[in-house]
Design a protein around this ligand. Structure first.
Ligand SMILES: C[S@@+](CC[C@H](N)C(=O)[O-])C[C@H]1O[C@@H](n2cnc3c(N)ncnc32)[C@H](O)[C@@H]1O
Length: 216
């Protein structure tokens, strides 16, 4: 069974943390991360172990039950990404980043991909990003993904072939895409606080945010 298989792999010391290491390297410390389509919490738990505050969301109640049992201390929510609204679940505010690992985009119902990306975007702060990895040969074309992301208010910023960031080339069997939330996309929480911060980040006006190796 899927849940037991991953529990066994973890017990055996298999490296299950590659995606989390990559996302962690892109984030300021103690960031808020949405693990969208979190399954039993494999990636979110690793991000939490690195000091981030994680909310994991999955439509499968059995997987969320396993995530809560194995990784208490983080928020694991049963919800469908297609109409996700964590503000109504008492989540405290927008996320710095979202991760969609393990082919989540291939598991969402066909035809809902754009709406799923739109709901993920709505949970990001204006300068937030999403990292999305999925296989190329399973019926969801990258061109469609890019179009859906753009319609959802997410700009394609980087693309790699693997989670350890080998360069993507046309024909690569896997893609890992970094999507940046566009500024004019609406925010669920609507407090406005992060909009000013984001504008300052873009203009380079003041020491308002951390980027690896420098203050901007
Ligand atoms: C292969 S699993 C990946 C799990 C996890 N991200 C990982 O990498 O270990 C894909 C997950 O997407 C979830 N999923 C698919 N469609 C969903 C939807 N519309 N809303 C929420 N979760 C969904 C499935 O329940 C499943 O747990």
């Amino acid at each position: 069974m899927y849940i037991e298989r991953f529990r066994r792999l973890a017990l055996e010391g298999t490296d299950l943390a590659g995606e989390a290491r990559t996302v962690d390297a892109m984030l300021p410390r103690a960031s808020r991360v949405l693990d969208a389509g979190c399954g039993q919490g494999r990636v979110g738990a690793e991000l939490a172990a690195r000091g981030h505050q994680v909310t994991g969301v999955d439509a499968d109640a059995g997987l969320i039950h396993a995530a809560r049992a194995d990784h208490p201390g983080q928020r694991w929510v049963v919800a469908d990404l297609v109409d996700l609204d964590l503000s109504s679940h008492g989540d405290p505010g927008p996320f710095d980043a979202a991760v969609m690992a393990g082919n989540v985009m291939l598991f969402v119902a066909q035809g809902t991909e754009e709406q799923v990306l739109r709901r993920v975007a709505a949970h990001l702060r204006p300068d937030g990003f999403a990292v999305v990895g999925f296989a190329a040969d399973r019926g969801y074309e990258l061109a469609d993904f890019d179009r859906h992301a753009a319609s959802a208010g997410l700009a394609t910023e980087q693309r790699f072939a693997t989670w350890d960031l080998l360069p993507w080339r046309s024909g690569s069997p896997f893609s890992v895409t970094v999507l940046r939330r566009l500024f004019d996309a609406g925010c669920l929480w609507g407090c406005g606080g992060c909009v000013g911060r984001s504008a300052a980040l873009v203009s380079g006006d003041g020491q308002v945010g951390y980027r690896l190796g420098s203050w901007v």
